[in-house]
Write a protein that binds this ligand. Structure first.
Ligand code: FAD
Ligand code: NAD
Length: 927
């Protein structure tokens, strides 16, 4: 069965791809040549995840250029007319005279820039341009030598600006200013495309050298639409197919009319789109050989034949490479051939009439391509206008369900956003070293002792000094909180919610500044800091929205003559004890939940991140939290934290941190002390030793990238981080080889530089502890690979470390390390993998990469963890979408960011009223 299926798939693939055998490739290209069809060759391959893979790709481009140059020597190219016909005018009104003469190059290769650098990061296009240029230069030199045209394909939207900038940068260099011939693709489905095309035309004209522009509609429509939706970004692509078609026609006209600067390559299989370009060329009296049509290998053969008959130039896009790495390309082609929206399927499979197919695409649609497509951004909302009210107003909300919109991450592909972040970091560097007092009853309280908060990337840089509370200040804060509580508890839920929503909008307005503090104080990368601040905004808005619902008592049952309503009251006074690793989000989340539910709190942030905590306190006060309702108490957890946990006047503790401290708090809070009125509630979120299984049939590109991000994002200092990787035997060697190469390619350095994916760990203590654990690991398992770190004694770097052959009873396998250290184990089969995964005392996050429905089903049913992720990274839970938290020794099962989370901060009451009045049942009123 399997060989037959393989043969069928191979035959199918061969219809669209040329394979990887040199002889077959050359024969196919010669066949095209004999039929007067030109070619461009594209190299298929796996996703490039490491620098050796990028080197290999670059070598393949050189090899194919050499091979094709040898083969095509002596082939005759299609001559371009040197002067256009009489009457032809460019958009500038001048006759196009600046055309290069001679035939179009026979040799034409298409390159994908993502294949030439493995570490492209949206926030750091400058490094990407440098690195890609290093690999491109030899290719362009070879192209010059062999007279080839190099075309840049256009990939996902995230790479679009980078591709355009790279193109202009490298082809402006004196070495490549005149040669080789150059081209790039423009995707008409993008709302930006008109502005981008205008920019390229102006650039080509200013440099007096032609650019071939391959106009395509765009191959990633589904992907762009889904990604924009998931991130809460406006979609960069048109929503309706006729809009894309109409824009394609508009841009093809633009191309033809600017033929003094650009050579048009109209790349489509759609007869209407082709006919439109032809008709326009005819109207302008253009020679048909002045531009070309491009189509994909194996597609729309009758259309190609018809164009050749008309005397048009036709070029085929020919992907070469092995079957498996080419699967994604093949799937795209199959989808195109079968898509309900696609021209080919409409024509050949669905038999739609000629009139329908050829009708003007946009009779009903006006295309308004935006000059510079900008996402509106939440920062544009007026301060105080909450993110929740807007969607709530628009959507019809079913009872009990809250419409809530997550804060979108910042799109760092936008230069203005990068500039904002750079400026914020610079501004913050000028404000370092300030003193941050305690805040009790809205008053600043200084103490004798000030603890410096140090930049993990430079221990000489003091981010700020935090006042260190003693037991006396802890008691003062508690007294203030107790005094303020009754009034706050009686404040209507909607009013409390509004204050939290206002806090969210202030956090949003200060997003870049707060990110800058996190980058300097916690060593968070730009994107990690941005995600943390966004999550803090989400927590405020989400809990506020939940409280608006919980503020209205809920009828338990409808019964005649009696009303039964359940409502929620605040618990009282609580202590919020937070870790440093999500320095704003976790602190804000626990605080916002407690406050909005009507409690007053003492906020005890981590010693490592007091500066960001002080800013949160300022924003809460600015938003209108009454004096005493929230108090900031920086200071040593072991003394003031422990004192408050024990205190009989404290009603609840919300703690997130290590298992060691969490268990102490759990135990201490369980003891009832004289004068205590309440059983203390403890919300307790602790550590993890999280596991991912990589199945034998896992998608390697996805598994390597996802595991890398999960294990080493923020240096592994996430409770959700991957620390035990279990790989099925069949895949083990291949996976590990790619994984280690990819890990070795990650750039290490200070977090303020957005190109660094790995930064320092939080502190000198943490560094020493993790290094010690690595030494222990060396005795327990095999050190498979260890990265290098910058030579800077002032920074707290720990080399990224991968151990293999890790025994299940070792410390490496069982203890949380909280750093960039990964234990990899081999499993014979899926049963063994699951058994290993479920070993240990933690149950926080887990994951599995697999294509087997049976194994995915088993993981869903059997893997012991609070948050399970299939075929994706295991970090980065989003508020409401993935309520977060574990069980076993990972926590009490309270899900932060979940619908029920607020219940932990309330007591619930039921009020029953007999409504019968001497036998009559009057109409009931809602409470
Ligand atoms: P049609 O059936 O007329 O159009 C299909 C296209 O319409 C889809 O691909 C999509 O772009 C668009 N579309 C579909 N549904 C919707 C919708 N609901 N709303 C809005 N638009 C929609 N693609 C790239 O991205 N980068 C490249 O570098 C690239 N190079 C190519 C090179 C050549 C020679 C060719 C022929 C194609 C290339 N493509 C590239 C693929 C191209 O973008 C199209 O996916 C493909 O050609 C199908 O478009 P069509 O005009 O032939 O067919
Ligand atoms: P930690 O336990 O050392 O400190 C957490 C907080 O507890 C700090 O504010 C600290 O000052 C305070 N504290 C210390 N001793 C105390 C005591 N005796 N009484 C009261 N308070 C005390 O943790 P950390 O190093 O800040 O954070 C890392 C840990 O947090 C990791 O174990 C990680 O897995 C865990 N974490 C868990 C989650 C989750 O949602 N499950 C999220 C983030 C971090």
């Amino acid at each position: 069965m399997a060989p037959a299926v393989r043969a069928q798939v191979t035959a199918l693939a061969r219809q669209f791809m040329l394979g990887d055998d040199a002889k077959e490739i050359l024969a196919a290209l010669r066949d095209l040549h004999d039929r007067q069809i030109a070619f461009t060759v594209d190299l298929l391959g796996e996703a490039v995840l490491s620098e050796p893979e990028a080197d290999q790709y670059a070598r393949r481009y050189l090899e194919i250029l050499e091979l094709l140059a040898r083969e095509t020597a002596g082939w005759k190219g299609v001559a371009r007319p040197e002067t256009p016909r009489e009457g032809s005018r460019s958009a500038t009104g001048q006759r196009p005279t600046a055309r290069e003469t001679g035939p179009t190059p026979i040799l034409n290769i298409s390159v994908k820039i993502s294949a030439l650098y493995s570490q492209i990061h949206p926030a750091d296009p400058e490094t990407a341009i440098e690195q890609i240029s290093d690999r491109l230069r030899p290719i362009l030199r070879k192209a010059k030598e062999t007279g080839a045209l190099v075309n840049f394909d256009m990939e996902s939207y995230a790479l679009k600006n980078l591709t355009l900038n790279l193109f202009k940068t490298i082809f402006s260099k004196p070495e490549f200013d005149r040669e080789p011939a150059r081209g790039l693709a423009i995707q008409a489905y993008l709302k930006d495309s008109e502005a981008d095309l205008a920019d390229i035309i102006a650039w080509a004209r200013s440099r007096q050298r032609h650019v071939t522009v391959r106009l395509v509609k765009g191959a990633y429509w589904d992907y762009e639409t889904v990604v924009a939706q998931q991130r809460g970004w406006p979609s960069p692509v048109f929503a309706r197919k006729p809009e894309t078609d109409a824009n394609f026609e508009k841009l093809s006209t633009m191309l033809l009319e600017n033929d003094d600067a650009v050579d048009a390559a109209i790349a489509t299989h759609n007869v209407r789109s082709i006919a439109h370009a032809l008709a326009h060329a005819e109207r302008r009296g253009m020679d048909l050989r002045h531009f070309e049509f491009q189509m994909l290998y194996g597609m729309a053969e009758p259309v190609k034949a018809a164009l050749l008959q008309l005397g048009c130039r036709v070029r085929e896009y020919c992907p070469v490479g092995e079957l498996l790495p080419g699967m994604a390309y093949l799937v795209r082609r199959l989808l195109e051939n079968t898509s309900n929206e696609g021209f080919l399927a409409s024509r050949y499979a669905r038999g739609i009439s000629r009139e329908e197919l050829l009708k003007k695409p946009c009779a009903a649609v006006t295309v308004e391509p935006q000059a510079h497509f900008q996402k509106p951004g939440r920062a544009d909302l007026p301060v105080g206008q909450d993110a929740v009210a807007a969607p709530l107003a628009k959507q019809r909300v079913p009872a009990g369900f809250i419409a809530f919109q997550n804060e979108p991450p910042t799109d760092f592909t936008i230069e203005a956003e990068r500039q904002k972040m750079r400026e914020s970091i610079r501004d913050w560097r000028n404000q370092l070293g300030q003193r941050y007092p305690l805040i009790i009853n809205h008053k600043s309280v200084s103490t004798h002792d000030w603890l410096p908060s140090l930049n993990p990337a430079n221990q000489k840089e003091i981010v700020g000094y935090a006042a260190q509370a003693t037991v006396a200040e802890a008691d003062a804060a508690l007294a203030a909180a107790r005094a303020a509580w009754p009034k706050w508890a009686r404040t209507p839920a909607d009013e409390r919610a509004a204050i939290l929503e206002k806090t969210a909008s202030f956090v949003r307005a200060e997003k870049a500044a707060l990110c800058a503090i996190e980058i300097l104080e916690a060593g968070k990368s730009w994107t990690e800091a941005d995600a943390d601040v966004a999550e803090a905004i989400d927590f405020c808005n989400f809990y506020a929205a939940r409280m608006r619902i919980m503020g209205r008592p809920e009828r338990t049952q409808h019964v005649a003559g009696e009303s039964n309503f359940q409502g929620w009251w605040p618990r009282g006074v609580g202590v919020i004890i937070a870790p440093w690793n999500f320095p704003l989000a976790i602190l804000t989340g626990m605080t916002a939940a407690a406050l909005v539910a009507g409690n007053s709190v003492i906020i005890k942030p981590s010693d490592q991140t007091p500066v960001i905590a002080a800013h949160l306190m300022q924003l809460l006060m600015k938003a209108g939290i009454p004096p005493g309702v929230a108090n900031l108490l920086t200071g040593p957890g072991g003394t003031v934290g422990a004192h408050l946990v024990e205190h009989p006047q404290v009603d609840f503790i919300a703690f997130t941190g290590s298992k060691e401290v969490g268990l102490k708090i759990w135990e201490s809070a369980g003891r009832t002390r004289p004068g205590q009125m309440n059983l203390k509630k403890v919300v307790c979120e602790m550590g993890g030793k999280n596991c991912v299984i990589v199945d034998s049939d896992a998608d390697m590109d996805e598994a390597v990238a996802g595991c890398l991000a999960s294990a080493f994002g923020y240096q592994g200092q996430k409770c959700s981080a991957l620390s035990r990787l279990i790989v099925l035997e069949d895949n083990y060697d291949a996976f590990l080889q790619r994984f280690i190469a990819a890990a070795a390619s990650m750039r290490v350095g200070p977090a303020h530089d957005p190109g660094n994916l790995i930064g320092p760990v939080i502190s000198r203590d943490a560094q020493q502890r993790i290094l010690k654990m690595i030494e222990t690991g060396k005795k327990e398992a095999v050190l498979a690979w260890q990265g290098k770190v910058p030579d800077n004694p002032e920074a707290c770097y720990v080399p990224t470390t991968i151990f293999t052959g890790v025994p299940p009873d070792s410390r490496l396998f069982r203890e949380e390390i909280f750093g960039p250290v990964l234990a990899v184990s081999k499993a014979r089969d899926f049963n063994e993998a699951l058994t290993l995964a479920n070993t240990g005392e933690f149950a926080l996050t887990g994951g599995c990469y697999s294509r087997s429905p049976a194994n995915i089903k088993r993981v869903k049913g059997e893997m012991v963890c609070g948050n399970l992720y299939i075929n994706r990274s295991i970090t980065g839970a989003i508020v409401e979408r993935q309520p977060f938290g574990g069980f076993r020794m990972s926590g009490g099962g309270t899900k932060a960011g979940g619908r029920e989370y607020l219940e932990n901060f309330t007591v619930t009451r039921v009020v029953t009223e007999n409504c019968l009045r001497r036998g009559f049942a009057p109409e009931e009123e809602e409470p």
